[in-house]
Design a protein around this ligand. Structure first.
Ligand SMILES: [Zn+2]
Length: 139
């Protein structure tokens, strides 16, 4: 199920650096930066490799498989745009390829969410312009 938002949502910032990520999400592909010098995969997107400081970076498609590293249940959102969504799962997800990213766990009951549960990527087309990368329990 796709979330349909009819209210103003906060938009991603610094889209010059992250544009490929958002364009891939819209195609329902998950890509993350990889250093071509030391082969390090990392997230969030940066202009330099956090391991070797090289600026020779590329985008790498990843499997979308992950595990839930940590999470909290949001019952009082900081941004009022998300008031209708509470409670929701604010998650630190560890991709099978190693990097961790902040996301949401969706399409399951909140009481079923457990640390280390296997997840798979879920692309939520929240507006015609934006697709958010979320995760759902793996089959
Ligand atoms: Zn590097």
């Amino acid at each position: 199920m796709t979330t349909e938002y009819n209210r103003p949502l906060p938009r991603p910032q610094n889209t010059e650096l992250t544009r490929p990520y958002w364009e891939a999400a819209k195609r329902h592909e998950l890509i993350i930066p990889r250093c071509t010098k030391c082969d390090h995969l990392f997230f969030y997107p940066r202009s330099e490799c956090p391991r070797c400081f090289s600026t020779d970076l590329e985008w790498a498609k990843v499997s979308g498989g992950a595990r839930l590293h940590s999470f909290t249940i949001v019952r009082q959102p900081v941004n009022p745009a998300f008031l209708d969504d509470v409670p929701y799962v604010y998650a630190l997800v560890q991709l099978n390829e190693g990097p961790r990213l902040i996301s949401n766990v969706v399409q399951c009951e909140i009481e079923d969410v457990k640390v280390d549960m296997p997840l798979t990527v879920y692309f939520d087309d929240v507006t015609p312009e934006w697709t958010l990368v979320k995760f759902k329990p793996a089959d």
